[in-house]
Design a protein around this ligand. Structure first.
Ligand SMILES: Cc1cc2nc3c(=O)[nH]c(=O)nc-3n(C[C@H](O)[C@H](O)[C@H](O)COP(=O)(O)OP(=O)(O)OC[C@H]3O[C@@H](n4cnc5c(N)ncnc54)[C@H](O)[C@@H]3O)c2cc1C
Length: 671
């Protein structure tokens, strides 16, 4: 095992980034015109990076598997984006955002990166406003903020429930300007299937044109991976159906270390699963927890009656309701971080208090918000002695203004009106904090290969706070990578164009073609989804919200067995030289079947509970925190970065020891 060098600059934390930028090598404008950069992925991270690098003068080649960058998974982001602007005057600052993010991640992230993130967060808002992103505004026309879980200030900028979509339109328009100038060459419907290294450096990629099936070679002086997270390893998740780990996994197999794969976020406010034939789960934005109260029946007989359809939630009197988050965590109540809220829901449902037919749901109730806002509105409008009905109506109008599209989406999926009856929610896989290991420069362990956005492991530690992913992706793309990549490229100005007719490209292209031919020609009998679903069941049951040594060992063996069967029995219909979704899925699931095993191995290695990773062997046994997760800073205050060595089970652990100089390590208490 080696110790990893994060290349974190010296000096006080608040000066590190500024001093670093002042000293790094720059590439002069004339030389930038001779340098090519590949950006794989054009979601918020890749889109913002591609636009900025092109604006700086580099030649950018950008890739996505959808028909347009506008369809990246980033478009699904609902709730908002954090920034330490302190517009609300409630005491926010760079330090507080930094502090909340490190604490929220349960002290498993790199301090210097997180401070930099907080520092540039303000620039992101200015950049996006300049692009025309229609953030919500208050009555006076100033940008509005709301609060998200795990923090005590309001710092989340939002555009109703469509923040990701609006931000992506901003990044996309910035990209389009560069596409029109010829500075970005956009390859839609192209999937990266492997990376090409020359003399140890990343020099290109092999892609499949998803419309014609053509296998293509693309070269550059540096390659940036911005391909999003791997939550679909669970099969069911809130992520886009196409979200995958292929690019990240392929670079891992070529030498990039994969960090903390077991750090996954299970989001507490998703629409519950309704049956075995479901292929997707839907998020209800966490912003709803600002106004909704979470509860289950306090009496087991009421819960049973609800499960059997004999009782309605509105028939349960106040004193027979258990607002379990407010009861257990009085300081943060319904706004505890996601990992805490998810485990608390599971605990109540496992104890039999779940509220739908499957017993896996809790209520998110807006009745109090209707009344609270309604009374305020009645006063504002000068209504004398309004009726209860009038108050509720006025309150509902405010909620509709804030979350109307989310309420509409819920009604369409569940066929119940959430204005009349509480919503039902349950945790679901939502985000992956783990990912490709990167240093302070966002460079992987392969020289010239960078990784940004959800695909890297960088800033969220063991748990991401709400509204921090968009912040990180856009910080990486607009404000960090464009500087740090120059430091590397300054040594490449004499390299000249990278040829693709070389043995290195021949070899990688050959292996890509062989794999595709195998899938097309294999005479198996089971669909790709058959294997993906089985993998998902093992992941959810044994590597899900609660993990233990026995289950994790079993999971590793079971995933390996599914993988071996996959390679014998998978059936892929259609041909290689046409649009073929089954073929696309086969490649992605093959990679998930390897990643899943490393994921379980990492969870097994980390015998502590931290953030979203809950080990049943590591809980507090006494005192106020009894039953809560127990972190072990003595043995596990490190990033676990895995080096590929053939089989996932043989991966070798490298540790990046985490140093906390500006934040005192404390037990995370939301009580
Ligand atoms: C339902 C939902 C709501 C969310 N809401 C919020 C929120 O309110 N606030 C917040 O901060 N975060 C939120 N998140 C998280 C956030 O949206 C994501 O973490 C973030 O958008 C990821 O951006 P990205 O650019 O890293 O990746 P993505 O947006 O996933 O983009 C990945 C890109 O890579 C491309 N790609 C992938 N593989 C390949 C390949 N092999 N070859 C070529 N191209 C490839 C894709 O085509 C795409 O362009 C939410 C997530 C979900 C699921």
């Amino acid at each position: 095992m080696s110790v990893l060098d994060s290349k974190t600059p010296e000096g006080p934390i608040k000066d590190k980034w500024t001093n670093y930028k002042n000293k790094i090598d720059l590439v002069n404008p004339a030389n930038k015109r001779n340098i090519d950069i590949i950006v794989v992925g054009t979601g918020l991270a890749g889109g913002s990076a591609a636009a900025t690098l092109a604006e700086l003068g580099y030649n950018v080649k950008a890739y996505c598997y959808q028909d347009s960058p506008r369809r990246a998974h980033s478009i699904a982001a609902q709730g908002g984006i954090n920034a330490s602007k302190n517009y609300m005057g409630d005491g926010d600052s760079d330090y507080r955002l930094f502090y909340d993010t490190v604490k929220g991640g349960d002290y498993r992230s790199r301090e210097a990166n997180v401070y930099r993130l907080a520092e540039v967060s303000k620039n992101i808002i200015d950049q996006c406003v300049a692009q025309g992103v229609p953030f919500a505004r208050d009555y006076g026309g100033l940008l509005d903020n709301r609060s998200f879980g795990g923090v005590l200030v309001s710092r989340t900028f939002y555009a109703k429930g469509q923040t990701g979509q609006q931000l992506l339109l901003g990044a996309y328009s910035a990209m389009n300007r560069q596409i029109a100038r010829g500075k970005i060459e956009m390859f839609n419907r192209h999937e990266m299937l492997d990376v090409v290294k020359v003399d140890g450096k990343a020099r290109g990629i092999i892609t499949r044109n998803l419309i014609t099936g053509e296998i293509e070679r693309h070269s550059a002086h540096a390659v940036v991976i911005a391909t999003g997270g791997y939550g679909n390893v669970y099969f069911l998740s809130t992520m886009a159906m196409g979200a995958n780990a292929t690019a990240a996994w392929k670079v891992h197999k070529k030498g990039a270390y994969f960090a903390n794969p077991c750090f996954t976020q299970i989001h507490p406010t998703c629409i519950p699963r309704s049956g075995d034939y479901q292929s997707k789960l839907t998020l209800m934005s966490e912003s709803l927890r600002n106004d909704g109260r979470i509860w289950v029946p306090a009496k087991i007989e009421d819960a049973k009656a609800i499960q059997q359809g004999k009782l309605k939630p509105t028939e349960i009197p106040e004193e027979d309701r258990d607002y379990y988050l407010e009861r257990r965590y009085p300081a943060f109540g319904n706004l505890v971080p996601r990992d805490v809220a998810s485990r608390a829901a599971k605990e109540r449902c496992d104890a039999g208090y779940g509220v739908n037919a499957t017993g896996e749901a809790v209520y998110l109730d807006f009745a109090y918000a209707f009344e609270r806002y309604g009374k305020e509105q009645a006063k504002i409008h000068g209504l004398k002695n309004p009726t209860e009905e009038e108050i509720i109506k006025l309150g509902q109008a405010i909620i509709e203004e804030k979350y109307g599209n989310l309420f509409q989406m819920y009604e369409k999926i569940i066929a119940e009106d959430p204005y009349k009856t509480p919503m039902m929610i349950y945790p679901a896989t939502h985000y992956t904090m783990g990912g490709v290991w990167v240093d302070y420069n966002l460079m992987t362990t392969i020289p010239g290969l960078y990784c940004i956005g959800e695909a890297n492991f960088s800033d969220h530690g063991a748990n991401r706070l709400g509204a921090s992913a968009l912040m990180q992706g856009l910080a990486d793309g607009y404000f960090v990578l464009p500087y740090t990549i120059g430091d590397y490229l300054a040594d490449e100005i004499r390299t000249g164009a990278i040829p693709t007719d070389t043995p290195e490209f021949d070899e990688v292209e050959k292996s890509v073609k062989e794999r595709i031919n195998f899938f097309i020609n294999n005479k198996g009998s089971k669909s790709v989804d058959h294997f993906h679903k089985r993998l998902g069941v093992v992941m959810w049951n044994k590597v899900g919200m609660s993990r233990n040594e026995k289950d994790l060992k079993e999971a590793m063996a079971e995933i390996k067995a599914i993988r071996e069967e996959f390679w014998k029995e998978v059936k892929v219909s259609g041909d290689a030289d046409e649009m073929n979704f089954e073929l696309e899925k086969a490649g992605r699931v093959a990679d998930f079947l390897e990643l899943g095993e490393l994921f379980a191995k990492d969870a097994l290695n980390r015998n502590e509970s931290c953030g979203g990773h809950f080990r049943e062997e590591s809980v507090e046994l006494d005192g106020e925190q009894k039953g809560e997760a127990k972190r072990n800073d003595t043995d596990f205050a490190y990033v676990a970065a895995w080096e590929h060595k053939g089989e996932p089970a043989d991966a070798v652990l490298h540790k990046e020891q985490l140093e906390f100089k500006d934040i005192e390590l404390k037990q995370r208490s939301y009580k």
